[in-house]
Design a protein around this ligand. Structure first.
Ligand code: HEM
Length: 431
């Protein structure tokens, strides 16, 4: 019997999200380990590859591949937001935007954002777990990520609320999260073509208007310590900032929540939490878990490298953005195969990453995959530092360094018909 590439629960999540895609990802993972062409043609989909090196080559070759042509996510956005997106996402405007936005999410700003937007909610979840209460981590992750978006985008409190009611609250955060999810859901069914039907475009426009309604005000007034104030300071215009805000909302909600919840489940399901617990115990005595992160000179010894390999491994095994699409913009030979302008190619990111092996809390950095879960090249995830800080913040609350005990899964339910596989419910409790 062939060993499963990951846990059966993880496979269940892929299956419930999109059965057809799950089949393609599993096939890609199998093929990635076999000799043969690195790129193959799948009827109705186009070219696909599960080879990490070829995938990175595609992502870095922006002269031959585009994300705004048929097959790329930018094509969806151009239909929703307007033609200007094509320049902002892939043209000279993109280079300008990335140059200006380079320091929007550094390790330091990410840590500050997480502490500010999540501190009390995480503290409360930690206290409930410590009291022996079961906690739904999937719900918690949605609330947290929704709160982050409200903070980042300056989403105002709904009309009619009294000034004295604190904002954001958990309900508001969930609404923000669900709105982002509705937008992402419109992309379901675009595996064969990224041309959206008019009704989907109209709905997407309504949703983006709703999500970005607070942007013009926040853009004008936010202090430079907040993202939109920072965008103004960096010289971005209102149109660019609104586009960036919509993009953050879609790129950084379901992906983050999925990685947070699934990494927690993986630590429990694979038994790797015990390796972590041993490391935490040793860390308290001055030891570390193997890893390759930057030396954290000012951090206490127990903190150095301890969470970094766990977070990286969670991202690798879950790879929430399971596939990345590109359109071929000129004839090119890649991975030994000739692709023609107008073709499309799907990079099976999950397959490439999963082929490395099962989840190990102390796995060393893998050179071949690098951080393919965040893409590569000019579109490498802008929020990578924030995503890593978010996952680490949740894990630290689940397994606190001074009082970590094993957790168990009380109940779980997979999300159905979603672009990003994940848990609708994942209730954890102390064993
Ligand atoms: C675990 C969580 C996340 C994963 C797995 C992830 C993954 C990715 C991937 C694969 C891409 C490249 C897409 C492509 O090349 O077509 C990307 C781009 C992007 N991500 Fe993330 N992302 C995550 C979280 C976030 C967060 C938290 C934010 C911000 C709040 C964010 C903002 C962006 C933006 C703005 C882009 C577009 C960059 C560009 O086109 O230049 N992401 N992300």
């Amino acid at each position: 019997m062939t060993a499963l590439p990951t846990t059966r629960h993880e496979l269940g999540l892929l299956w419930r999200a999109r059965p057809g895609m799950a089949g393609l990802l599993l096939a890609g993972q199998g093929l990635a380990r076999l000799p043969g062409p690195a790129i193959r043609k799948v009827p109705g989909i186009g070219w696909v590859t599960g080879d990490p090196v070829v995938a990175r080559e595609v992502l870095k070759d922006h002269r031959s591949f585009t994300m705004v042509g048929e097959g790329g996510v930018g094509d969806l956005w151009a239909q929703i937001l307007g033609e200007w997106v094509r320049d902002l996402f892939d043209g000279p405007g993109h280079h300008d935007l990335r140059t200006r936005a380079r320091d929007l999410f550094t390790e330091e700003t990410a840590a500050g954002l997480v502490a500010k937007a999540w501190g009390p909610v995480l503290g409360d979840a930690g206290a409930r777990l410590a009291d022996g209460e079961p906690v739904d981590i999937a719900h918690l992750a949605r609330v947290l990520v929704g709160r982050m978006m409200i903070e980042l985008l300056g989403i105002p409190a709904p009309d009619g609320r009294s000034e004295s009611t604190p904002w954001p609250d958990d309900d508001g955060a969930l609404t923000a999260f669900r709105t982002g999810e509705r937008l992402a859901r419109l992309a379901l069914g675009t595996a064969g073509s990224t041309t959206l039907p008019p009704a989907a475009i109209a709905e997407a426009k309504l949703i983006t208007d709703e999500l970005t309604t607070g942007v013009p005000h926040a853009f004008r007034t936010a202090p430079t310590t907040r993202l939109l104030g920072r965008a103004r300071e960096l010289g971005l215009g209102l149109e660019e900032t609104t586009g960036l805000a919509s993009l953050l909302m879609v790129a950084g909600t379901e992906t983050s929540a999925s990685a947070m919840t699934r990494t927690a489940a993986l630590l429990v399901d694979t038994g790797e939490q015990h390796r972590l617990l041993a490391a935490l115990g040793a860390g308290a005595a001055g030891g570390t878990v193997a890893g390759d992160g930057p030396a954290g000179a000012e951090r206490p010894p127990s903190d150095i490298n301890l969470w970094e390999p766990v977070v990286r491994e969670g991202l690798r095994v879950t790879s929430p953005a399971s596939v990345i699409g590109r359109g071929v913009s000129r004839d090119v030979t890649i991975g030994g195969t000739r692709l023609r302008a107008g073709d499309r190619i799907m990079l099976l990111v999950w397959s490439a990453n999963a082929a490395v092996g099962p989840f190990r809390a102390d796995r060393e950095y893998v050179r071949e995959t690098r951080q393919l879960w965040f893409g590569a090249g000019r579109h490498l995830c802008l929020g990578a530092a924030l995503a890593r800080a978010e996952i680490a913040a949740l894990l630290r609350v689940l397994w606190p360094e001074d009082d970590a005990v094993p957790l168990r899964v009380v109940r779980r339910r997979a999300a159905r018909r979603v672009i990003v596989p994940g848990y609708e419910e994942l209730v954890l409790a102390r064993s």
